[in-house]
Design a protein around this ligand. Sequence first.
Ligand SMILES: Cc1cc2nc3c(=O)[nH]c(=O)nc-3n(C[C@H](O)[C@H](O)[C@H](O)COP(=O)(O)O)c2cc1C
Length: 209
Amino acid sequence: MNAPLPNNAAQLHRTPTHPVDPVFVERWSPRAFTASAMPRAELMTMLEAARWAPSAYNIQPWRFVHAMRQDAHWDDFVGLLDPFNARWARNASALIFLLSDRFMPARESGPATPSSTHAFDAGAAWAQLALQATMLGYQAHAMAGIVHDEVRTKLAVPDNFQIEIAIAVGRQASPASLPDGLREREVPSTRLALDQIAFAGRFPDPALD
Ligand SMILES: Cc1cc2nc3c(=O)[nH]c(=O)nc-3n(C[C@H](O)[C@H](O)[C@H](O)COP(=O)(O)O)c2cc1C
């Protein structure tokens, strides 16, 4: 028998403590998706938003390898997720693997040098993609739980690219569609208070707390 549903209607509205555009609290990471097809143009709009992310030296180290549920790659992509994530993300509309180049482009004569910001830059691109997805009526859910070795071989990822995350994008479904164990977790999360993460002038001294 199914457990009672959480009162999601009441909890879906995350309230910021300072005024922000609604998209920042409306973006969240549900696991219940409708298993509906997404028009390719909408996926391209999300990737376009990611494309305009800032990066150190404008190197743009991010790369995206994607599949849509209506295409021939879908089952292979679902198979690259860990079992926990595959269980729910198989109902998304698109799956995207985000990679980042660990090296700066080589200058004229010198060797390629390691980048210290490739993962940070890729994170900015992910955030822009996720916000654009929300603005289009979808939700994007990042997943670190992926089978890295298989992603590299099956997607032919070159050695110089770090495999960052997979992203499931879909239209949100009722939590009732989720299996036991996931249904009761389908509630938007809260955040630390602003005064716990942002400090004027210097980092707070824990001895004074
Ligand atoms: C880099 C990263 C990796 C994540 N990996 C997973 C994952 O493997 N499985 C999962 O269900 N959620 C995953 N999440 C989702 C987070 O748990 C979620 O973003 C976080 O709890 C904040 O909630 P919100 O996105 O709903 O605001 C990941 C999120 C990020 C940013």
